[in-house]
Ligand binder design. Structure first.
Ligand code: ATP
Length: 908
């Protein structure tokens, strides 16, 4: 390509050139670019990516960490302590600030990495023709001159000059703000045409809502119109969820309250109790430092990030983070059938012709198997209707059957693949079909109209049209049927009866028909597909239920979640497959047509009652979601097509399929299931519940540890005791324990009973009832151990330094033990699993022990914190204070479980 073509004027004027001219300029033809040329152009033009929005640099991110109320307080206190000449306290405060900043910085980095990984997993693909072959590539690899296919649901991967279109409609809101889809064509328009009027162009970032097209890439990456306006597409943004925001807000209010209380204490203490201001000041600094849960927001974010990462590893990619929480409240999952609940590995098992039912042997895509009638093998060519039906199935198909290393694979729609395999079994190869019966045009399959049509010329040059589709749809088009002895009027009752029989065995149904058309002039239109067809056969295709989906449905039922199947398939097929999966057993199914005539109130009544929705279209999905939500349900809904987008958006958790889902569905969804498997949705629910549990566990760990320390200090101020913990010591405890120990809970795996509980009521307040009780109880326990030990030791004549050292050690010891308690909210941890199954907890405790030994026994620590060495006897008392918390906390769980309260509190 010469430099001339990079001239911005010309490159902006592609819409004014014809498709052929564009092809010539970009030196590309019907076979697309060669691989070498594509590689060369990739080197020349760079990859087809938009530069991500500028991130804050590491320094800015580090500095941002200082922007935090607690750190302001600590820095203020450091200045005042310095002014008072308490250099050691100043030093400790500054180190504490630094450690907080570094931990915050690292944690934010971890959260960012988690999001980056997820973004990478969602990178879009494009279908191109390169070196004459159709391929799926990463959209980032597109170069100018590439020939790209578009079909409904695709996000246009680069700026394209369209060269052929079939009823192409594109929604260009991302670019022009116009949300109504635009009908596209191939004609050039004037150079000055506005963006929205360039009908021959498809622009990067816009969505194909209907039809198909082929276009030549004219601009990629930042050279596209989207790149020019420098706009990134909707992306996963901040690491936040309603719960996190609630906690953030709670933390802020708590911090402000504590600062207010500290100030009041200071004023009262100096004016009323006549304490020296310097001493009082140190007391209130200790109070503030001990009570404010500074690590809370940061560790909550990490817990969420780790949860999201864990879900991504299990193929559930969360696009919209609040969904992680919503997953735990889901009460109904509405799932597609084909490929999600079933394997999507189709095998034709039966052809039903007029007067004969043929069974087809063999499983999977290997083309080996015989045709038989009542177990008697037959020759296909002796049965003209069967023979023509098989030909119709092979010709009216866009899939390809390939053998690689002895393994047969289908490229394209598995339903069509199954017909190709059946064709091979009968000796019809697709290749022969392509050459002997060349295709002249096609109406591709779309779920909305449920059929596909292709027109061909037979070896004599006579035109034919073949159609295949849902039996009801095809029967509507037919007037005749092909009997053994020729064409006869259609016996519609026979076909309906056979269809119901076949479907009731769980087979997916297709019907095949043909028409010897009048000489075709021009392309196929829907009018050609209206009437006058000859019905050839019904095809029964098996698509077995996924083993893992059977287990997952059972798991969902135990978890109090209803599973509903919403499928485009025949009702009887859906009911039979549903029965294998334990969905809707013993209940009737309802069809989309029946849903369509119901009013909202009637639909609400049946929506919850019935579980199998057949022949359903996307608009029925939307109404169903609304009806279930009106009934108070929290709904997860799966979808793959562009028309599913409204239902996915409306659902509480919209789930798009990663493999067969369109970009439009993924964009609208909260979560993408990378393997299209229903079991992954159940896994996501389990992980979502676990993340929520871990957030709760961390709060239940963090608040009482801060509460305990605060109570120690408050009691000392109230009862005019010697301060059991100095500010420096409080900061030590917080640095060593809360941030390191608590983080271990973010790695806690899901508890065994997490899927035996009922869904959490949405909007349930977290910090209420039981939570407040647990926080208060443990706070008081911690205080009792530490303050009790301190006062007891003072009473026995121990020095205040030693008593303080014991108080500090007692708090840390209690926190270590309580970390073990916190692993399970209600279940006991007094067993091997409870004590050992989270190695991060053990690691955190193991890391804390040497720190605490150093605190107690190292000389330099004595200098900084005024700590003193303890005797074995004193250490045993410290351990006993820790054990007190552990034992009482386990007893409390025991009584809660015994009283049946645990079940109520965890919605079991
Ligand atoms: P689900 O919504 O569970 O994924 P589905 O994939 O079976 O259901 P559709 O793909 O909308 O739903 O198919 C509906 C019906 O259209 C099928 O039952 C079948 O009769 C017919 N059909 C499916 N695929 C094709 C195809 N490629 N060509 C012609 N007809 C088809």
């Amino acid at each position: 390509m010469s430099e001339r073509h990079l001239d911005p004027v010309l490159s902006a004027g592609w819409h004014a050139l014809s498709g052929d001219e564009v092809g010539q300029i970009l030196q590309t033809g019907p076979d697309g670019l060669s691989d070498d040329e594509a590689l060369r152009r990739l080197g020349q033009y760079g990859s087809n990516r938009l530069a991500p929005p500028a991130r804050r640099g590491p320094l800015a991110r580090l500095l941002m960490q200082f922007h935090n109320i607690l750190l302001y307080v600590m820095l203020g206190a450091a200045i005042i302590t310095a002014a008072l000449g308490h250099w050691i306290d100043t030093g400790v405060l500054l180190v504490a600030v630094l450690i907080n900043v570094i931990i915050g910085f690292i944690q934010e980095g971890k959260a960012e990495t988690a999001l980056d990984a997820i973004r990478a997993m969602l990178s879009p693909h494009a279908t191109v023709i390169r070196a004459g072959h159709r391929r799926e590539i990463d959209a980032a690899g597109l170069v100018p001159g590439d020939l790209v296919f578009l079909s409904s649901g695709d996000r246009v991967p680069a700026d394209l000059r369209l060269v052929s279109v079939r009823e192409l409609r594109i929604e260009e809101a991302a670019l022009t703000g116009e949300s109504l889809p635009i009908e596209k064509g191939t004609e050039p328009v004037g150079v000055d045409a506005a963006l929205g009027d360039r009908y021959g162009m498809a622009y990067s970032g816009t969505f194909v809502v209907y039809g198909q097209a082929m276009g030549i890439v004219v601009a990629t990456g930042s050279k596209t119109e989207l790149g020019r306006i420098n706009q990134m597409l909707a992306d996963i943004r901040r690491m936040s969820t309603p719960l996190l925001r609630q906690i953030d807000e709670f933390g802020r209010v708590l911090a402000l309250t504590i600062i207010g209380l500290s100030a009041a204490t200071f004023v009262l203490g100096t004016l009323w109790r006549d304490h020296a201001p310097a001493e009082m000041f140190m007391m209130v600094v200790a109070l503030a430092a001990s009570a404010i849960p500074e690590g809370l927001p940061a560790i909550m974010t990490v817990t969420l990030a780790l949860g999201v990462q864990r879900m991504a590893r299990r193929k559930a990619i969360v696009r919209h983070l609040p969904a992680v929480e919503t997953l735990g409240s889901v009460t109904v999952i509405c799932s597609d059938k084909t490929g999600t609940l079933t394997c999507n590995e189709m095998t034709v098992q039966r052809f039903v012709c007029a007067g004969h039912v043929f069974d087809v042997g063999g499983v999977g895509y290997a083309p080996a198997g015989d045709f038989s009638i009542d177990d008697r093998i037959v020759e296909v060519e002796h049965y003209p209707a069967l023979s023509l039906a098989i030909r119709a199935g092979v010709l009216c198909s866009d899939a390809r059957l390939r053998e690689e290393d002895g393994l047969w694979r289908v490229e394209g729609d598995p339903t069509e693949g199954a017909l190709l395999v059946a064709g091979r079994k009968a000796g019809f190869s697709q290749h022969a079909g392509d050459t002997a019966w060349p295709r002249t045009d096609a109406i591709p399959f779309e779920s909305q109209h449920r059929f596909m049509a292709t027109s061909h010329l037979d070896p004599d040059g006579d035109p034919w049209i073949f159609v295949k589709g849902a039996p009801e749809r095809i029967l509507d088009m037919c007037e005749f049927q092909l009997n053994h002895d020729g064409e006869r009027p259609l016996d519609i009752d026979y076909w309906r009866r056979m269809a119901t029989d076949t479907a009731a065995q769980g087979l997916r149904l297709l019907a095949l028909a043909c028409k010897r058309s009048a000489p075709v002039a021009g392309p196929l239109s829907f009018a050609d597909a209206e009437h006058g067809y000859v019905f050839l056969a019904l095809v029964g295709i098996i698509d077995p239920a996924r083993e893992e989906a059977i287990d997952a449905v059972g798991e969902c039922h135990r978890a109090g979640i209803r599973v509903k199947m919403i499928t485009g398939d025949h009702g009887e097929t859906a009911r039979a497959i549903g029965a294998q999966l334990a969905i809707g057993v013993g209940k009737p199914f309802i069809t989309g047509a029946e849903v369509a005539v119901m009013d909202d109130a009637a639909l609400r009544r049946v929506a919850m009652e019935l579980d199998v929705f057949a022949r359903a279209s996307p608009e029925h999905k939307l109404r169903l979601v609304k009806a279930l939500q009106d009934d108070g349900q929290v709904v997860a809904m799966t979808g793959d097509g562009v028309n599913d987008a409204p239902a996915l958006k409306r659902a509480d958790v919209g789930v798009a399929m990663g493999l067969k889902g369109t970009e439009a569905a993924k964009e609208a969804a909260d979560m993408v299931i990378a393997d299209d498997n229903f079991a992954t949705i159940a896994t996501a629910v389990r992980e979502g519940r676990a993340v929520y549990d871990n957030l709760k566990k961390f709060i239940l760990f963090m608040l009482p540890t801060n509460g305990g320390e605060a109570l120690v200090v408050i009691a000392a101020i109230l009862f005019e005791l010697a301060l059991p913990l100095t500010p420096a010591q409080v900061l030590w405890i917080n640095m060593v324990t809360s941030s390191t120990l608590g983080l271990a809970l973010a790695f806690e795996p899901a508890e065994g009973d997490v899927m035996n509980r009922h869904p959490r009521p949405p909007g349930e307040a977290l910090l209420s009832g039981f939570f407040i009780w647990r926080v208060l109880m443990v706070s008081v326990l911690m205080m009792t151990g530490a303050l009790g030990l301190f006062l007891w030791e003072l009473d026995m004549g121990t020095s205040v330094e030693t008593a303080r050292t014991m108080a500090v050690d007692a708090v840390v010891m209690a926190e270590m033990f309580y970390l073990l308690n916190s692993r399970f909210i209600f279940a006991p941890v007094t067993n091997w699993k409870g004590l050992t199954s989270n190695r991060h907890v053990l690691l955190a405790i193991t890391a804390c022990i040497p720190l605490q030994i150093a605190y107690t026994h190292a000389d330099f620590m004595h200098g900084i914190f005024n700590s003193t060495a303890l005797t074995p006897m004193e250490w045993s008392k410290v351990v006993a204070a820790g054990l007190l918390v552990f034992v009482v906390a386990e007893l409390e769980k025991f009584f809660i479980r015994r009283s049946g309260l645990a079940a109520r509190l965890s919605h079991a």
